[in-house]
Design a protein around this ligand. Structure first.
Ligand SMILES: Nc1nc(=O)c2c([nH]1)NC[C@@H]1CN(c3ccc(C(=O)N[C@@H](CCC(=O)O)C(=O)O)cc3)C=[N+]21
Length: 283
């Protein structure tokens, strides 16, 4: 028996169709949502992700603004770019594409973003709101994973969820989102210090692998009929490889393809965050 597909590409397309309607309503009222990206340096993967985000915007009718800085950009230049977007009315939401060059501090850059324009939900105010259970813009990847599971009828209420990875963009906020009363999952957050990872994954109804270690979750580590979500993006001999080994498809009930799973959902949630923000700013 092979698992069913948690189809991120198809789900993202459905979400984009819904957003196209909402953007049209905003435009009727004279509100033009605009997403800006700040890209520092010349990492080819980052350039490719940013390109996809601008193409997504075009598809749903969101204006997009591209800010690019050289790899050697100074902190002052980065600050100027960010402050410029805070003050630019054409930009209703934006992201600083991560990672940024090592001589710059990521948390410092994120903290300069106007929290009301924070399309990534990574500003400390928004992460704090999530911890405090207040309405917040949520980080795109965790929001996309939850949306993907819900739209496929995967029960989160009472589910045992094993999240592998404690990163600020995925694992840690995902644990916070899933343990809200509205999701009501029980979360085990595993990481490199976890003594016996398989002992935790085998108990889980849902395993979410966000470690960035290619093929680390194998069939023997999951329960029969588990739901498996692959967040990992690694390059192995030029091929995008996730954290799930191919044999999990033989044992799981549902699996996200990768590519075609979490990645497109992440981008769809970025658009959703921008539309949510534009609606809120012009309520
Ligand atoms: N501030 C910030 N926000 C981010 O959301 C952010 C970031 N920095 N830095 C890098 C990561 C990575 N990321 C991806 C999003 C979509 C795909 C995606 O759509 N991938 C396609 C495949 C694309 C391809 O063909 O290469 C898929 O999975 O099907 C991948 C990776 C967002 N990130």
């Amino acid at each position: 028996m092979t698992a069913k597909t948690l189809d991120g590409k198809l789900t993202a397309a459905a979400i984009k169709a819904e957003l196209t309607e909402r953007v049209a309503r905003l435009r009727d009222r004279g509100v033009l949502p605009g997403l800006a990206t700040v890209l520092v340096g010349d990492d080819p993967a980052s350039h490719s992700y940013v390109r996809m985000k601008h193409r997504d915007c075009e598809q749903v009718g969101i204006n997009s603004i591209r800010v690019e800085l050289p790899a050697a950009a100074t902190a002052a230049q980065v600050e100027e770019a960010i402050v410029g977007l805070n003050e630019n009315d054409a930009c209703t939401g934006y992201i600083v594409q991560l990672p940024i060059p090592k001589h710059l501090d990521e948390n410092w850059a994120l903290s300069l973003i106007d929290p009301d324009k924070d399309a990534d939900g990574l500003h400390p105010i928004n992460l704090g709101r999530l911890v405090l259970n207040e309405p917040a813009t949520l980080p795109c990847t965790p929001r996309g994973i939850v949306e993907l599971l819900k739209r496929h009828g995967v029960e989160l209420r009472g589910a045992e969820v094993c999240v592998i990875g404690r990163g600020v963009t995925v694992g840690r906020p995902l644990g916070l989102i899933l343990t809200r009363r509205s999701e009501n999952s029980t979360v085990t957050l595993c990481h490199t210090g976890t003594r016996d990872l398989a002992d935790h994954t085998r108990r889980a109804d849902i395993v979410i692998a966000a470690a960035g270690v290619p093929g680390m979750v194998t069939a023997d580590m999951i329960r029969e009929g588990a739901v498996c979500v692959d967040v990992g993006v690694s390059r192995v001999d030029g091929v995008t490889t996730g954290d799930l080994a191919p044999d999990v498809w033989e044992k799981a009930a549902w699996v996200t393809p990768n590519p075609g799973g979490v990645g497109p959902m992440t981008r769809a949630m970025l658009l959703s965050n921008v539309v949510d923000r534009a609606e809120a700013l012009h309520a």
